[in-house]
Design a binder for this molecule. Structure first.
Ligand code: PGA
Length: 248
């Protein structure tokens, strides 16, 4: 049985005070849940978030990390530094990193491998642009991102990776993939994971959908057979919205 994972990607939003306020409010609203809940604040808010969540079932994720261990890499943050704060998850290869910061599959793969080596769970983002979808290349693009993203990942480690299918055209646009289309891609992702590893491993891997997930559409999305969670941007910034998503 796959335990659903719902993660909030705060992107470059919320300072320390705002982070603390969110967590205070969110914790008050949060009851028992069968879902694994993760919040991914900015690097600068991780330490205070970790302190506040030390006795909570809510887990912490980072939004990026370096593939290097340490040294002369100005502006970078290592896996060890994240672990030191109590971070469990790390978003890798988000489409904003790919598009705005020009991160390529090879770099993203090095990060995935490093995260696993250190014991962090990568949330590997894949997804096509609108142009690629219109050109009927969505499946080809996602397959390529998966093959490259999972390069050098062993069978033992593969199921620790979470795959987030995020069609780029649905991110922050208010446009969501239809639940059927999202599930079609999630099933395709699982079929590729089966080819790369084994059927049993592919059945263990959590596949999230991301792109304009909100309280109004989360249930339909989560009801799809191959979708095991959501990566939520905008709607994860408000405790009331995010709790509704978690309690879908
Ligand atoms: P959105 O972002 O929910 O604001 O569309 C999702 C994401 O980028 O992970």
């Amino acid at each position: 049985m796959r335990v659903p994972v719902i993660a909030g990607n705060w992107k470059m939003n919320k300072n320390n005070d705002e982070t603390k306020k969110f967590i205070q409010e969110f914790e008050k609203l949060m009851g028992e849940t069968e879902v694994e809940v993760v919040i991914c604040p900015t690097f600068t808010s991780l330490a205070s978030a970790a302190q506040m969540l030390s006795n909570s079932s809510v887990k912490l994720g980072a939004q990026n990390m370096s593939w290097e261990d340490e040294g002369a890499f100005t502006g970078e943050v290592s896996a060890e530094m994240l672990l030191d704060l109590g971070v469990d998850f790390v978003i890798l290869g988000h489409s904003e990193r790919r598009q705005i910061f020009n991160e390529k599959d090879e770099i993203i793969n090095k990060k995935v491998v490093k995260a696993l080596e250190k014991g962090l769970r990568p949330i590997l983002c894949v997804g096509e642009t609108l142009e690629e979808r219109e050109d009927k290349k969505a499946f080809e693009i996602v397959k390529d991102q998966l093959i490259k993203g999972f390069d050098n990942v062993s069978k033992n480690e593969a199921s620790k990776v979470i795959v987030a299918y995020e069609p780029v055209w649905a991110i922050g646009t208010g446009k969501t993939a239809s639940p059927e289309d999202a599930n079609e891609m999630a099933s395709f992702v699982r079929s590729i994971l089966k080819e790369l590893f084994t059927e049993a491993i592919s059945e263990e891997i959590i596949i999230q959908y991301g792109g304009s997930v909100k309280p109004a559409n989360v249930e339909e999305i989560m009801n799809q057979a191959d979708i095991d969670g959501a990566l939520v941007g905008g709607a994860s910034l408000k405790p009331k919205d995010f709790i509704e998503i978690v309690n879908f």
